[in-house]
Write a protein of this length. Structure first.
Length: 132
């Protein structure tokens, strides 16, 4: 987990993963500038995944949502390489649990959903939208 106060130090490494995630997922509700502000304000959490040489090879951001029966870590961006390996997955789950979350949820494309099934995700819903 990247502490809020260290986001500015890690932003040059984090931002390309977030930006690519937004582009690949067609996210238009917010952009890179808003993501940075949410992270700096502590509304979102950033997790960086590092290789043995301490180079970031991926990142995930999420917000914590509270419901009457669940506390959810909701993924707002995820990007990089080898993120679904067991070590990264266990690290992310531990971080979410440390924040009191008991579920991890994300929107995804079909191809990503198939990949995430390998690490324990299940299909829950299909998101649709219409311009008004």
């Amino acid at each position: 987990r990247i502490p809020t106060e260290l986001v500015p130090d890690f932003w040059p490494q984090l931002s390309p993963f977030i930006e690519t995630a937004f582009q690949e997922a067609g996210v238009t509700e917010y952009g890179l500038a808003e993501a940075e502000q949410y992270l700096l304000a502590g509304h979102w959490v950033a997790v960086g995944f590092f290789d043995g040489d301490n180079h970031m090879h991926g990142a995930v951001t999420f917000c914590v949502l509270s419901y009457p029966h669940e506390k959810m870590a909701f993924v707002t961006a995820i990007g990089g390489r080898h993120l679904t390996n067991s070590d990264n997955w266990q690290q992310l789950k531990a971080i979410c649990r440390s924040l009191g979350c008991n579920k991890l949820q994300a929107y995804s494309r079909d191809s990503v959903a198939r990949l995430w099934k390998r690490i324990g995700f299940t299909h829950r819903a299909i998101l649709v939208e219409a311009d008004l």
